[in-house]
Design a protein around this ligand. Sequence first.
Ligand SMILES: *[C@@H]1O[C@H](CO)[C@@H](O)[C@H](O)[C@H]1NC(C)=O
Ligand SMILES: *[C@@H]1O[C@H](CO)[C@@H](O)[C@H](O)[C@H]1NC(C)=O
Length: 359
Amino acid sequence: MQCSVRDEVYRPSVRNAARSLQSLLSQIIIAFLLLSCTADACTVLEFTGEGFSPNLMWLLHAYPLYGAMNGTFYVDSKLWPHRCTETGGGWGDFFSDADVVDWSADKERAAGKVCLRQGSRQVDELLHKLGTGTEELDGMAVNRLWRFKPAVQKVVNATLRELKGLNNPTVAFHIRGGDLSADLQQNKRKPVSPQQYVDRALEAFGKKAKGGTCVILGDDHKLMGETAKLAKARLGCAIYRRPPYYRKAGHVAAEFAKEPLGKRCAHTVQYLQDIELMTHADYFVGTFHSNLPRIVQTLRFSLLHKDKRTFADASEMKADWYEKVREYFREDAKQRKGPKAVPAAYAASMRRSMLSWVQ
Ligand SMILES: *[C@@H]1O[C@H](CO)[C@@H](O)[C@H](O)[C@H]1NC(C)=O
Ligand SMILES: *[C@@H]1O[C@H](CO)[C@@H](O)[C@H](O)[C@H]1NC(C)=O
């Protein structure tokens, strides 16, 4: 709807009764049009030149806020390297959802409105202001947005059929090297080693995860090879791999952005196939150093309603949701052998809740 009515100058005449009635009617019509203009707002979420998953995270946070409340929801992905068309595409090259529109200046102009533009910082600020937390928002968003275009869905289906044919249980590993390892080292943090990924799978899932197929996904060829070897020996699993990432040392966003369009497009589709494997496998191990496992977690829990025990964070934070429960019972088992009756994790949580009473 055009909002040009705002520009019209209107001067009521008091002399002529008929004209004055007309003026009242026009005022009602103008008020109605202005109201519909406000209701017909629009929002543009600006993607950055960063990777696939940080931008997807912002989208999942932002969509249930702006997409539901502030009119047409556009994504401006001109800086985003993940695309199949040079201009105007981006999100819509892979996903089909009438509610998220690839932005272009022409579309905004044609709609006759100036949209609210939001970057990641503004989304973070709004989340902080609302205090909603992101888990519920992300869950709402994946239920609306996680729909591939038919051509992408077709290859995803083929991949999922392969997964179905593998021996159970399937345990997916996301082994991320490349610029993530470099980032961590720069911040004096240790990347997760192949040994730690496999230890974590055994610690979190126990023998239930043994004897099936380990699905090794990620980017760094060497780390993935080592993980496969260890996983095979310790979990007794067969190894399933996907076509290797084009760059042996792993994904580096700045390098990826320089690749030709066709390659970026194909690799993004391959990446989506990997994400679907991580989402559908019986078990998943990744690290919260990377954004992708957070998205996989949301997809597993909110879209497929998978058991929360089947997801593990292999980083030193062990920040997967179920870990507190695992720890409580591990401590208990330890204590039953030792002198003390109250498990340490439980005692600590008692202290925490008493503190909150006092405050
Ligand atoms: C909604 O979008 C309009 C632009 O269409 C903008 O002026 C307005 O501030 C936005 N509302 C909020 C609450 O962000
Ligand atoms: C993909 O698989 C689903 C369920 O198995 C099916 O409903 C859908 O039609 C398939 N889509 C394509 C594009 O093959």
